[in-house]
Design a protein. Structure first.
Length: 754
């Protein structure tokens, strides 16, 4: 009887549990899950929950409930209640409805705003843009999302204008004048009163300052001409327009030039007494054939069984005192700008090409790093000192390269000349060809060993090629070609890297118990993990391997192995292009995180003070610390670092823009001609193709791909036809015809030759 009662009770409990379970399954619908999830995330606003943690916390232990929860969270993320973190985790979306960010204007009207704390753009329709211009810093709010519509934002206030001047072509009629910009990023015309034209004529290139921004009562911008740059199509006018477009100077202030001319550059007895004398040590400079600003030199001499190598850098800070009129202008510019046909120097010409430039057979003041190296290029000791030098020879890279090859050096193999040492590894040069061949061959040998060691430690092996043009006396391009680094370039590069690294270590790694002093570092962060994983997935589909887990040095070695595996194959350029997109940009900062690409824990810029302001900053701080001075103000130098990084990016954009202009100008002579090319870029709006013969790049617009309807596969960098399944893949060979060269838009159009 007792046993029967126990069985009946157990059965009743099972029935009740089953009934409760059925009741919960019936009761827990999507609306209930929204409430449960909202409560969970609201109680932990800073925490990110994985799916497993959410299922456990809400006791969702059946597959249908778990699937319903995932679907509910996706909807809540769509409605901006939750924020998705990775593929299987969420957190509460705590971003305010009103935020600040950077406005991005597009010619196609697909404008967006990028929040300050994110890199994900939010769409802004033109009617909600408040007439913001590209790059403006704005306050905005996110709008209530409509079902099946993307997230949208509305600009509430323009906090800071990105620029107040614009460059373009003047259109002057009898009653009205306005500015036509090259990039088509201005939503409204810039009207110019006739009395504000400053003598400008129709089709003149001009720099215009905005005097009245659009508002509810007046939708057009109103401006005044600041400067007439010249006639459209004239080389000087176009190059000046490119510089002005990026807010870069295209002429030097006269008062600064006059101040520079007062500096004689004479080496005084006091200078000699305060410096190490290297005037009798063999020294040379190696630079591009057309360079005039020689800011680095190398010396070498034997010291017993060791080699003393001096890396001598122009002592700009000796002549340009902090806070002077020259210094203020250099600080504002932050860098020299290199366009196709000219250099816009950071310093006045009298300083950069004469006083500071390490010209041959002239006594020059330098800041130097002197190394004692053994035959394996291992550093036995070093010192950082102020010196005076006298260069014996000015070489162009091409001259050094020819000398190396005349003496048995095979370019690109990483092997030095076989003639330097005898079987016992004693220096025994014989039958050497060329002036100062022994010194140059020794430097080449040591540089190659430094390079080998650097790659062994995990430095990246990306070796880019640069498009160059030969131009005539009018600036018109006559030849286009790629310039790649050869052994002569690498020789200089390795010693500059060694000096920069050593100087950074001296300050960044102080003696035990001492705090590192302030220094502008050149930093390079590890690759973006999401982009790196995308690269891994992409190369796996091509039959290659890439490890993305592990330390930064392991990641670098894996990337190097990938580059080695792809070298010489049709996929080489494709893989290198995609890999470069995963890399972060190098920049300046007093907060050191190391340099991923070079695999250096400490790195700075010390070797080019004539053309880079951060190098001058480093020289000044090193001199101060050498004299026992206090650490520099961290906040002040970080602001200068940020400014220098920004100006570096603008200079790079201007350089690319000048290359693009010359490319279109050069190919304008080849309209209708057919060339072999390869696909260098894939976008939703067309295919970028690079001509194999001269490396000029143009685009086949999507509208010209009329044999099928093509879908853009962004993940796999290709276009795929819906009906015929024809694929256009990044890196594929292709034959093109030059269809149009539009200089005003700097646009080169191709058609596919089938």
């Amino acid at each position: 009887m007792a046993k029967t009662k126990r069985n009946n009770k157990a059965e009743a409990a099972r029935v009740k549990a089953a009934a409760n379970k059925t009741k919960m399954r019936r009761r827990t619908n999507k609306q209930d899950l929204v409430q449960m999830l909202t409560q969970l995330f609201s109680e932990h606003p800073e925490r990110t929950f994985s799916f497993k943690e959410i299922f456990r916390a809400l006791r969702l232990n059946t597959h249908p409930l778990k699937m319903l929860a995932i679907e509910t969270m996706e909807d809540m993320a769509w409605d901006d209640i939750l924020a998705k973190v990775g593929d299987s985790s969420y957190r509460l979306n705590t971003s305010n409805q009103v935020q600040e960010g950077r406005f991005v204007r597009k010619p196609n009207g697909k404008n967006s705003v990028i929040p300050d704390d994110s890199d994900k753009p939010i769409f802004v329709s033109e009617r909600n843009s408040l007439w913001a211009q590209n790059g403006d810093h704005v306050r905005f709010s996110t709008m209530a999302r409509r079902r099946n519509h993307i997230k949208e934002a509305q600009v509430l206030e323009i906090l800071k204008r990105a620029k107040e001047t614009f460059v373009g072509r003047l259109r002057v009629a009898r009653d009205i004048a306005f500015l036509v910009t090259q990039d088509n990023l201005i939503a409204q015309d810039v009207l110019i009163p006739k009395d504000k034209l400053k003598g400008g004529q129709d089709n003149d290139k001009a720099l215009v300052r905005i005097t009245q921004w659009p508002d509810a009562s007046h939708r057009n911008m109103v401006g005044e001409v600041v400067d007439i740059l010249g006639r459209e199509g004239e080389n000087n006018a176009e190059m000046h327009a490119i510089l002005a477009q990026y807010g870069l100077p295209y002429k030097y202030p006269k008062e600064v030039e006059e101040a520079a001319k007062k500096i004689s550059g004479e080496v005084t007895p006091q200078d000699l007494a305060a410096r190490e004398d290297f005037r009798d040590v063999w020294t040379c400079t190696i630079d591009p054939y057309d360079a005039k600003d020689f800011d680095d030199a190398l010396s070498i001499r034997k010291e017993g069984k060791l080699f003393e190598v001096g890396i001598h850098i122009a002592d700009v800070s000796h002549y340009v005192t902090e806070g002077s009129i020259i210094d203020k202008e250099a600080q504002k510019r932050a860098t020299s700008v290199y366009l196709v046909d000219r250099t816009i120097p950071m310093l006045p010409e009298h300083l950069c090409n004469f006083v500071c430039s390490l010209r041959p057979d002239e006594e020059k003041l330098c800041y130097s790093v002197i190394f004692l190296l053994d035959e394996d290029a291992q550093v036995r000791s070093h010192r950082v000192v102020h010196t005076v030098i006298r260069s014996n020879r000015r070489y162009a890279y091409e001259e050094v390269q020819e000398l190396l090859e005349q003496n048995g050096v095979e370019d690109g193999t990483g092997r030095p000349s076989p003639n330097l040492f005898d079987s016992d590894k004693h220096l025994a040069p014989h039958d050497l060809k060329g002036e100062y061949a022994e010194e140059l061959l020794l430097l080449d040998m040591l540089a190659k060993k430094l390079r080998e060691e650097r790659f062994k430690n995990g430095a990246m092996k990306f070796e880019g090629e640069e498009l160059h043009f030969d131009v005539d006396e009018t600036g018109r391009p006559t030849r286009a070609y790629f310039k790649r680094q050869r052994d002569a370039n690498k020789l200089i590069e390795e010693f500059m890297l060694l000096a920069n690294r050593t100087v950074a270590e001296d300050v960044g790694k102080p003696q035990r118990g001492k705090k590192p002093k302030t220094l502008p570092y050149r930093i390079h962060d590890v690759p973006d993990p999401t982009k790196l994983e995308g690269l891994r997935e992409f190369v796996v589909r091509l039959g290659y391997k890439l490890k993305t887990a592990g330390t930064s040095s392991q990641t670098a070695r894996s990337l190097n192995q990938l580059m080695d595996d792809a070298e010489g194959t049709r996929m080489q350029k494709l893989i290198q292009t995609v890999a470069l997109r995963a890399m972060m940009k190098a920049k300046y900062s007093v907060h050191n995180i190391g340099h991923f690409g070079l695999a250096f824990p400490y790195y700075t810029h010390f070797t080019s003070p004539i053309r880079r302001y951060p190098d001058t900053m480093v020289h000044r701080l090193l001199t101060r610390y050498e004299q026992g001075g206090k650490s520099g103000n961290e906040r002040y130098y970080e602001e200068l670092c940020q400014h220098s990084s920004d100006m570096e990016q603008l200079a790079a954009q201007a350089e690319r823009e000048s290359i693009k202009y010359k490319m279109v100008e050069f190919m304008g002579e080849h309209i209708g001609e057919v060339f072999d090319a390869h696909i260098s870029g894939i976008q939703s709006y067309g295919i970028y193709c690079e001509i194999d013969e001269n490396h000029c790049e143009g685009m086949v617009p999507m509208r010209d791909l009329d044999d099928d309807y093509y879908d853009f596969d962004e993940r796999n960098y290709c276009l795929i036809g819906r009906r015929r399944h024809h694929k256009y893949q990044l890196g594929d060979p292709i034959r093109i015809r030059v269809a149009q060269a539009n200089l005003e838009k700097r646009q080169l159009d191709f058609t596919i030759e089938r």
